[in-house]
Design a protein around this ligand. Structure first.
Ligand code: C5P
Length: 220
């Protein structure tokens, strides 16, 4: 049987990680969070004492970047070499610096190849892959391609409810600034040709999961 690839893109705070994970779990599919790899690479650059804005040095580190994950949506864990970085990659410092590495074309092409290898080796009937350029670059031929969106105030509200260590206005400003920076590199605010938009503005979590599963069923 052929592997069913479900490509999900969307902005920060759209709920795409939690929704994608829940969808994968319900369908018995594997799960790949591409943002976690960009975050882990940013963590690694900082950990190695390299200035994130020193592009040649950042590019040289790619060869040593030993990224390892399990694709089970339950207990998704991220390792760089022997370091478990599952929590560390969510730190505000990583969130603030990831844009400097994710904008570098060599970093992107290296990680795109990594994602394609992970997808090919998935040991499940399908895999849900989420990020910013999955529908357009990583898996443009996927049978199911989705853009998960929500109005900005809703995304801000959801994200600030998750992050309790910072004020709502700090979280909102950081989210807006990150989306602005990321949008200059890849367009994840508009659905590409053939990509189905799921707008979760007026949906709760379970309704969003069900809406995504409906789209998957109608395409497979
Ligand atoms: O999805 P998440 O917010 O964890 O992604 C972290 C960062 O990784 C994004 O802000 C973006 O800079 C980068 N990213 C990317 N392409 C992807 C996924 C994430 O550039 N497909």
């Amino acid at each position: 049987d052929t592997l069913i690839v479900v490509a999900v893109d969307g902005p920060a705070g759209s709920g795409k990680s939690s929704v994608s994970k829940a969808v994968a779990k319900k369908l018995g599919y594997a799960y790949l969070d591409s943002g976690a790899a960009y975050r882990a690479f940013a963590w690694y650059v900082v950990q190695r004492g390299i200035d994130v804005q020193d592009e040649p040095a950042v590019i040289r580190l790619l060869a040593d970047f030993d990224y390892r994950i399990g694709t089970d949506p339950d207990g998704y864990a991220v390792f760089v070499g022997e370091h478990e970085v599952t929590q560390a990659i969510r730190d505000p410092e990583v969130t603030a610096t990831v844009r400097y590495v994710s904008r570098v074309p060599e970093v992107r092409s290296h990680l795109v190849e990594l994602f394609r290898r992970i997808i090919r080796s998935a040991d499940a009937p399908g895999i849900v892959v989420e990020g910013r350029d999955i529908t357009t670059v990583v898996a443009p031929d996927a049978p199911v391609r989705l853009l998960l969106t929500a109005e900005e105030h809703v995304r801000m509200g959801r994200r600030s409810a998750e992050i309790t260590t910072q004020t709502a206005s700090t979280v909102a400003e950081q989210l807006r600034s990150r989306d602005r920076a990321d949008s200059r590199v890849v367009d994840f605010m508009n659905a590409a040709d053939g990509v189905t938009t799921v707008d979760s503005t007026d949906l709760d979590f379970d309704q969003t999961v069900n809406a995504v599963i409906e789209v998957i069923h109608s395409h497979t």
